[in-house]
Ligand binder design. Structure first.
Ligand code: ADP
Ligand code: MG
Length: 267
């Protein structure tokens, strides 16, 4: 092991010819997937439902093992749960019996961070994600957007080497979604950690990411990797109005068009 794995590799995550076949199924969920995620990059994985996006995050988190091929994190093979990865799953997965404060502080408690420091960091993150005044509330008392904020704060608070997010804003309404996307941009641009997130939203991929991994399905493979050249800090508002945005959107759209049969509206 290197002394400081965060600084010793330019590359955070690497998939090498990864195939995963779930037991009892007749075709692999993903097949021969290879890609690299450089450190401090924000990478989107996009593709139709069922193409293996969540499977890829589960592999990166070490919750699944490839049938063939290898997954590397900071140059080392992932063979068990990747403790350097914070995973924000599709459902917020907050602990219902704990307050917002306690949910956000969970990782610090596990890591035996002293109480004073813990309280200080929790207070900071409560403010960052805009939940001041809700510290003592329980998850059931929060809206979907607020629960997502708690989940994101809970993941980022311990400064993980990589953050994995599965459709972070999936179930939210369009306005809340835009707001949280901009918040995440601001947060990430301040922290500059490595972040890999899954989405099926073309706009979301372009707003946020440096690089978009486009997947196709049946079985899931990497179709193309697209660079998003927008400067940072980004503002979604001005991105949307730019000509470059529509160009990239059209590029991305053309990759999907062939896979979607728009003539069948009942599908
Ligand atoms: P996505 O996140 O892109 O919607 P998933 O990664 O969840 O796709 O799933 C990819 C494929 O693997 C799908 O066809 C899904 O039905 C299948 N799959 C996922 N998990 C399991 C499992 N535990 N057992 C069997 N098949 C699974
Ligand atoms: Mg999924």
């Amino acid at each position: 092991m290197s002394t400081n794995p965060r600084d010793s590799h330019a590359e955070a995550l690497r998939f090498e010819n990864v195939t995963l076949e779930f037991p009892g199924t007749h075709q692999p969920a993903i097949q021969d997937i290879s890609f690299r995620v450089a450190r401090r990059k924000l990478v989107a994985v996009i593709g139709p439902s069922g193409c293996g996006k969540s499977t890829i995050l589960n592999l990166a988190a070490g919750l699944l093992a490839p049938t063939t091929g290898e997954v590397y994190f900071n140059g080392e093979r992932v063979t068990a749960v990747n403790s350097q990865a914070a995973y924000v799953t599709q459902q917020a997965n907050l602990l219902p019996w704990l307050s917002v404060r306690a949910n956000i502080g969970l990782a610090l408690k596990f890591r035996r961070v002293p109480k004073d420091e813990r309280e200080e960091r929790i207070a900071h993150w409560v403010k960052v994600v805009g939940l001041t005044g809700f510290e003592e509330h329980y998850p059931r008392e929060l809206s979907g957007g607020m629960q997502k904020r708690v989940a994101i704060a809970r993941a980022l608070i311990y400064d993980p080497a990589i953050v994995l997010m599965d459709e972070p804003f999936g179930p939210l309404d369009a306005i809340t979604r835009l707001k949280l996307q901009q918040d995440l941009l601001n947060l990430w641009e301040e922290q500059q950690g490595t972040l890999v997130f899954v989405t099926h939203d073309l706009n979301e991929a372009i707003y946020l990411a440096d690089e978009v991994i486009v997947m196709s399905q049946g079985p899931g493979t990497v179709h193309r990797v697209l660079q998003v050249p927008f400067e940072r800090p980004r503002s979604i508002g001005s991105l949307v109005e730019s000509r470059e945005f529509s160009e990239i959107y059209n590029d991305l759209w053309s990759l999907f068009k062939s896979e979607i049969d728009l003539s069948d509206a009942s599908a």
